[in-house]
Design a binder for this molecule. Structure first.
Ligand SMILES: C[S@@+](CC[C@H](N)C(=O)[O-])C[C@H]1O[C@@H](n2cnc3c(N)ncnc32)[C@H](O)[C@@H]1O
Length: 306
């Protein structure tokens, strides 16, 4: 297993997410959705359990959604870590209204700068799948497990796994992004205006060539900032191990690290763009069309260290 701390790879990933997170923060609707993504969830734990506890959000990024969620559950002290330091000031500025203690610092998930059993609740959310190799993914998982206190909970999230969408289309898009300069430029710069201009062309040409009247405003309403960020999120990342992090693999890691009460968590992703038509199938893991489109479905787990 490769257990060297992350280097250049993590810095590249960080730069990509820093740019994405800046755009998310600049668009109020997208920011609200991302910050609100944990509304209603208590990660399958009695909400009273969180009161007065300590928590770590490893690979926290710039938005602070998980930190806000943990604060709302009554956690007394939250540490957020990520690669580098450029994200610390903007995130601190976003969190000034929180009443609990929040410490933000540089911390590599492959070598977390904390003693064993430091935190009651540890979250590693959407981070492990971005690491350079599957050896790193396993090592990062072990690091989160190491810093979880006995009696504490360890939440990890990996994203959608397999099916036509993640198993076929997304890897093909990532490959095309690496090979085709024009496609890369499109994804790197895509914004709602880009899509609106294409819709205008399609509506005008359909009218001119076929006398058809397409509803351009409706089409535009299906693609906003949130959709553009989603495309970048899944296509720009240099590595993405979502298809390898199957439920069976993740469950085996919790078991190997000695965790009990291991449960797979479910979340309905509320969307306002074109993905709202797919969200029900994304959520229901057993429908035949869900299996075809989304394979194993969204993979996220919680376990308790005995
Ligand atoms: C998809 S974002 C998720 C951010 C946040 N956890 C969330 O759910 O919004 C992935 C994050 O992992 C961070 N990351 C990548 N490699 C890392 C590493 N080796 N150690 C710590 N963080 C890392 C990136 O900088 C980025 O902020």
């Amino acid at each position: 297993m490769n257990d060297q701390p992350s280097g250049f790879h993590a810095e590249v990933t960080r730069r990509i997410y820093e740019a994405q997170h800046r755009e998310i923060s600049a668009d109020p609707e997208t920011f609200r959705r991302i910050v609100g993504q944990y509304d209603g969830t208590t990660f399958g734990i009695d909400p009273d359990w969180f009161k007065g506890k300590t928590a770590l959000d490893a690979g926290c990024g710039n938005i602070g959604a998980m930190i806000r969620k943990l604060h709302s559950l009554g956690v007394a002290q939250i540490v957020g870590c990520d690669i580098g330091e450029g994200w610390i000031e903007p995130l601190s500025a976003n969190l000034t209204d929180l009443e609990c203690r929040v410490d933000l610092l540089h911390g590599d998930v492959l070598a977390l700068p904390f003693e064993n059993e430091s935190f009651d609740f540890v979250s590693v959310n959407g981070v492990l799948v971005q690491l350079e190799t599957m050896g790193h993914v396993r090592r990062g998982f072990a690091e989160g497990a190491r810093v979880t206190k006995h009696g504490g909970y360890y939440f990890t999230s990996y994203g959608p796994c397999g099916g036509v969408m993640q198993g076929v289309i997304m890897p093909a898009l990532r490959e095309h992004y690496r090979r085709d300069a024009e496609f890369k430029m499109l994804i790197d710069t895509i914004r709602p205006d880009t899509i609106d201009a294409v819709v205008d062309k399609v509506v005008a040409d359909a009218r001119a060539h076929a006398g058809q009247s397409l509803d351009g405003d409706f089409l535009k309403s299906l693609f906003g900032w949130d959709y553009c960020v989603f495309l970048r999120n899944f296509i720009q990342c240099p590595t993405c191990w979502t298809n390898e992090c199957t439920p069976a693999v993740v469950e085996s890691w919790y078991e190997e690290e000695g965790f009990g009460e291991v449960r797979r968590l479910e979340t309905y992703c509320v969307r306002s763009d074109i993905r709202k038509f797919f969200a029900p199938l994304h959520y229901d893991r057993y429908h035949w069309m869900s299996r075809i489109l989304y394979g194993e479905g969204y993979v996220q787990y919680i376990g308790r260290k005995p």
